[in-house]
Ligand binder design. Structure first.
Ligand code: GUN
Length: 292
């Protein structure tokens, strides 16, 4: 079993981006500028956004955090989106999800200028990705692809099973894994809450990507000997022994599954750390106008 170490890979990618930024600035380019909109006081979202902003500082980007109370109206939020769309200094921005129930996430995502949509959530970017056109690939799928590439994992002709059909992970991942390029060329099965015989389907996976949000759901009996296991789950589970009062758990029971797998991502320290690299890579692309 080999660990797909998100900590090591993400810090390597960040140092590569830092050098790219230095070269870009030395050649007369402007510092890439990422902005983030955060609505409300969700603990996990606050942590993610703080870590995105911190990473920007580390690698030489400018960053801006725009915060709103949870009761902001959709109209006001759309005004903030329009203002970032029109701010020539901002290369890319994100609106952290989830949003409060009274705001339509789809409406907000569609309001973001696709050229600044470094999360890759706008239908134009999703559509371009599906057609194999240059597009911003969203952060988590980017992180997973990069782990596969850097570990040199063969994907062509393999059976890739994705658990979960979310817009953010499951759906784009299934599209990317069947593309006619590396890493891709897989036969892909996408599974979800209505899938019959989920365990049996998973047992046929050469590559299993788990993104359903149920802590330690996947156990060794789901796994074919030698499978590559990618755990996208990040759940907070109450744990009185921790200072924070919770422990972070993945969707895979690591201790149970690891001995059967060829490669596996830990949680924490796996895919989660890689997602920021996707966002930073997209922001650099936006600053250099590589996609649009
Ligand atoms: N919430 C969970 N993951 C993400 C992400 O990648 N981007 C945004 N904007 N919100 C999220």
């Amino acid at each position: 079993m080999q660990l797909l170490d998100g900590k090591a890979i993400s810090s390597q990618i960040k140092s590569e981006i830092k050098i790219e930024v230095e070269n870009w600035i030395a050649a007369g380019g402007k510092k890439p500028h990422l902005a983030a909109i955060l609505v409300g006081q969700d603990g996990a979202s606050e942590t993610y956004v703080a870590s995105k902003i911190r990473s920007c500082e580390e690698i030489g980007f400018t960053s801006t955090l725009v915060k709103f109370e949870a009761d902001i109206t959709e109209e006001k939020l759309l005004e903030a989106v329009a203002s970032l769309n029109n701010d020539a200094d901002v290369d890319g921005f994100i609106v952290q999800l989830p949003l409060p129930k009274h705001i339509s996430e789809n409406t907000v995502m569609e309001a973001v200028d696709p050229k600044k949509d470094v999360d890759g959530f706008h239908p134009i970017n999703v559509g371009r990705m599906c057609k194999g056109l240059p597009a911003y690939i969203s952060a988590t799928p980017f992180g997973i692809l990069e782990m596969l590439i850097r570990a040199g994992i063969e994907t062509s002709g393999k059976h890739c099973v994705v658990i979960g059909r979310s817009q953010i992970v499951g759906l784009p991942m299934s599209i990317l894994m069947q593309r006619n390029e590396y890493p891709g060329n897989c036969t892909v099965t996408i599974t979800h809450s209505k899938t019959k015989n989920l365990k049996e389907v998973c047992q046929t996976a050469d590559i299993l990507i788990v993104a359903l949000g149920r802590p330690e759901f996947v156990t060794a009996d789901y796994i074919k000997e030698g499978a590559v296991v990618i755990d996208v789950g990040i759940s907070r589970v109450a744990d009185a022994t921790k200072k924070s009062g919770f422990a972070i758990k993945g969707d895979v029971n690591f201790a149970d599954v690891a001995p059967k797998s060829s490669f596996i991502t830990p949680v924490p320290g796996g895919v989660g750390l890689m997602t920021i690299c996707g966002l930073l890579t997209n922001t650099l692309k936006a600053a250099r106008k590589e996609i649009y």
